[in-house]
Design a protein around this ligand. Sequence first.
Ligand SMILES: [Zn+2]
Ligand SMILES: [Zn+2]
Length: 282
Amino acid sequence: MAELIFLGTGSAWGVPELGCNCPACFEARRIPKWQRTRTSFIIRSGLNILIDATTDLRSQLLRERISKIDAVIITHAHPDHFLGLEEFRARNRSERAFRNVPLFVGEDAWRVRISALFSYLVEGEDTPLEIKEFLYSDSHFSLGEWTIQTFPTRHSLPEKIGSTFGFVFTNGEKKIVYTADYFEIIDPDDELLGGADIFITESTWLLSQGEEKEQEAGHISFERLYHQYLRRFRPRDVVLVHISPEEGKTSRQWLKTIRSITKPDKGAPRVHLAFDGFRIKI
Ligand SMILES: [Zn+2]
Ligand SMILES: [Zn+2]
């Protein structure tokens, strides 16, 4: 039995956004459940595997009472997904919490951006993090019971931030797919991505913003991802993360619209609008 622990479920600036009084941010100020820190989660089954280290990592781990991280995977080199790596550095203490924790990161993401800030975390002998191997768009690696495979997605400009990856986790019984930030999946492989037990996906917007705007921003809406990917890959459960308040839609509007989009489809997956602290067992 594995458990997914959603540390954060918001887009780059969280919800509510500073200085914003749209209905979504107003709702989040009133109802703590709908306050969203930046998107990250843990797959727990013996090991705690952290996917992305966000700006909010410290408060997320304290909130969920998690003090042990066994591996870190970084999906791409945007600040909301990697700035929390600094939290792995613990100074002035004889008992260090994090020692040579394996870090999995794209070779180009590390080179063009992340290493400029965080090379000190991996350089030397006894360091908080350790890079054993870099990731590429068709990497395979193992962590505990999980075999993990990357797949390439289009998100932001590779010359600026390097590659962005999605990941498929399998343990012989269960399959978890995570797409991280993306506008589209590059040459999607139906066998690799189809029939997942849980498909975790960013859903920056609820309704389609039009192909051009979504491409320019490098993100996807629930409406488009449902028709383009979920109907094709047929997962059992879907978990939506990286939710933005940009459209000003309240959570009640999200839930209602998700139902109306999926209702006509008899074999539709169960769709969960994740919130910070949401947990699901598989
Ligand atoms: Zn992001
Ligand atoms: Zn991003």
